[in-house]
Design a protein around this ligand. Structure first.
Ligand code: CMP
Length: 143
């Protein structure tokens, strides 16, 4: 069983796409383990996006994700990292496969609606930044 960190970014929240995005993961049969509607501080953004420090897109990225609320989540299931990344689509909306969230709703790499962990190590690190252990729930999921 695997966990991943997913976050509807400010553009997704402002466009009213939280429900649509959550619905896609629910319909897939994945299991929600935690969720939080929150405002990201600059300090939290810097921890989350530490690997991108120094890149040209880093300052506007931090400015953007701290500009208004996000919807942070933990999802769980076999191969949940690969499955959610497949549903999300490539970072660049032009390259995202038809039917993916980014292909269907995003037009720009800077405003690509959702972040998803790219590896088990990233998922563990990112979940730990956004959630306390008690906030990530354990419960039976029969299907
Ligand atoms: P995300 O999955 O949140 O991780 C880093 C974010 O930086 C990415 O989505 C994009 O929104 C943004 N970004 C902007 N330009 C680039 C780029 N050239 N490569 C990767 N990410 C980029």
């Amino acid at each position: 069983m695997e966990r991943t960190f997913l976050m509807v970014k400010p553009d997704g929240v402002q466009r009213g796409l939280i429900g649509e995005i959550v619905s896609r993961f629910e319909r897939k049969g994945l299991k929600l383990a935690a969720a939080k509607f929150m405002q990201i501080t600059p300090e939290l953004a810097e921890r989350h996006y530490a690997e991108h420090v120094g890149k040209a897109f880093y300052p506007p990225l931090v400015q953007f994700v701290t500009s208004s609320p996000v919807f942070a989540m933990v999802w769980q299931g076999d191969n949940v990292i690969a499955l959610t990344r497949a549903l999300i689509g490539k970072t660049d909306a032009i390259e995202a496969a038809p039917g993916t969230i980014r292909s269907d709703y995003a037009v720009h790499t800077n405003f690509n609606l959702i972040h998803g962990s790219d590896s088990p190590a990233s998922a563990e690190r990112e979940i730990g930044i956004f959630f306390s252990p008690e906030e990530v729930l354990e419960y039976e999921h029969s299907i």
